[in-house]
Structure formats: structure tokens, C-alpha cells
Design a protein around this ligand. Sequence first.
Ligand code: PLP
Length: 376
Amino acid sequence: MEKEPLLMLPGPVPMPERVRYAMMRQAINHRSAEFGAVYADSVRVLKTVFGTANDLFVISGSGTAGMEAAVANFGRDKEIACIVNGKFGERLYKISQRYGKAHEIASAWGTPVNLAALEEQLKAGAEIVTLVHNETSAGIKNPAPEIGKLAHKYDALFVMDGITSIGGDLVESDKWGVDIAIVGSQKCLAAPAGLAAISVSSRAWERLSKNPPYYLDLAAYRKSASGKQMETPYTPAVPLFLALREACLLIEEEGLANRIARHQKMSAAVRAAAQEWGLSLFPKLDAHHTYSATVTAVSYPDGIKDDEMRALIKKMGIVIAGGQDHLKGKIFRIGSMGAVGAPEILATLAATQYALKKLGYKTHGDGVQAAAEVLG
Ligand SMILES: *Cc1c(COP(=O)(O)O)cnc(C)c1O
């Protein structure tokens, strides 16, 4: 029997049937009340998921389009302090270099943000701070509330990539002082790839660049969304919007608090397994940082080859992620985003345990049993 592989990646993630079927229909006019309602439903739910009462728009483009929209609309020619402790923080830094005067606040991937260095940069006049809340490349969750406080203390805008936290973990954009937050559709929302959502505070609108980009002009998004039916400035990816609405309605039906608790439990189960196997989790934490609730990064023990291990797991129909860039071969990552529950987690951990043993690693204990104890 042919079966689709189970994607236990930090995006894309398997989509619920209702989400997939929503795309399977005849074209609809994007200048219509029907499309307006599709867009409005998504925005309503996304505002609760973002924890914001700010304006919120959906962009046709992946998460990176949302990151670029944030920097291009608010960061042009500005002093930008970019916090980098992983691949996606680095991406925000690279985008910022294209538009403004970017300053990297660097620490090694998966290690704590250097808050003292950030404060120095703010004292020196940084006008914007960029942060990746949940650094997917390293499985670390950064202290967004503290960073928001620092940004506000120095009257800087706070841009937060919540691409793998929003919809899976607790995010309170307004309470944390996030001026611009971004999510991508194919991560915790369990929608198809290709959409980004972005929220904008009134404080940010006051500082909008006078030289905005064209396709990602957020003022144009605001104007199009403010009529009696919600629209986008240009033709949106309508089938993806239809699917996103369904994904949002599923979140509403599950209840955000339940969804967050489920994500926390699934990631706790993965961590329990890794610890039972005697493997170390990759991130190095301090009192301000925690493990990600949506993706778990585990260091490979000596002698286990990444391509061999993931090939064995793939043979059993399950796909997990390796490391990116210099972490290739050093870590593996198990995503627990979206609609995942105990069946997917237990299958993934059983396959991983099998592969570790098959390749000669002597697991200390039974990680699958340890995970089941968390899930049961
Ligand atoms: C996946 C991801 C992105 C990039 O999103 P794309 O949809 O691949 O453009 C950005 N930031 C984080 C934290 C991510 O996990």
C-alpha cells in the first residue's frame, strides 16, 4: 500500500483533511464578499493566536516574505539590532543588511541571546530590534518578553519572527510589546506552504518608511483590508487562503489553550525520549531561555551518521530533519508542530530508537517508554 510519508519536520507539516479539501474547488473572485469573508475569518482567528489587537494582514509568500515585509517597511535606512543565535536570526540580519544599517548581536547557534550586548546597541541608537522567538534551527526559545521590554525602554520597534511559535506555543504580542509579528502558514498552523501573516502596531505605523517596497507595501495592505469587504492589494493565492481559513477554524475549534498545551506535551515527550536514550539536547540554556515547544534539536552521539540514520527512519515512512549549515551531521530535529498527537510522536520515536540501535549506539534506556509515560 502506497502511503504518504509522515513529515515530522519543523515545517512543512501534515495538513488535516479539511484543510486540504478546502483547496479543491473552482476559482473564486478575490474582489468579492465571499473572499472577503475568507480573509476576515483568518484574520479574526490569527489575532487571537498572535495575542494582538493590532492590524493583521495575510501575504501571498512564505514566511521569509513576511520577514522581508517587516524590514522593508519599517527598517529602511534605520539602525537595526539583529539578534542572531541560529539560522533564522541570521536571515533577519541578512535582510536587514539589504535595507538598513544592521548590527549583529551574535551568540553561537542554540546558546542564549546576549542581552547586555543588545542593550549596548540600543544605547548606541538602534531604532529596531529583530528577534526569532523560536529559533527553529537550534530548538531554542528566546526570551521575547524581556527583549520587548528592552526595546521599549529605548523607544525601538520590536520585530518578532514567531514563525514556529505562533499557533503552537504561547505568544502574547501586545503584552510583550511586539510591534511587528510574523507567522508562516506551513508550520504550527498546519496549513499549506506559501502564506505569511504579519501584525503591525500603531506605534509601528507612525514610523512607516517613506520609501516602501511595492509588492510588500503594508500601507497598501492596510488600505485594501479596510473597505467594507476585506481585500488584498494584488491577486492573492486564493486556494491557499481557502485552506488557511479552514486551518484557523480548526484552531478555534480546538481552543488555543488546548492547542498550546498539546504542543508542550508532545515536545516534552520527545525530550523525555532523548534524555532516556542518553543523548543531549542541543540548546544550551540559561534562566531566560527554554527548550522549544514545537521542535526538538538533539545532538548526535559520536559515530552516528546523519544521512544513515535519517535514511533508516525514512524507510519506515517517517521524515525528520537534520541540522542546517554548520550543524549538518551534528544534530537531528524532530518537529512536533500542527496537528501532531501521540500516535505520530510514538511512531517517530520508535523509528528513531530503532535507527540509533541499528547504527550501533547503545541507548541507555527505553525512550519510547519514557515518552509514553509523558503522553499517557
Ligand atoms: C521556516 C522558518 C522561516 C522561513 O520561512 P519560509 O516559509 O521557509 O520562508 C523563518 N523563520 C523561522 C523561525 C522558520 O522556522
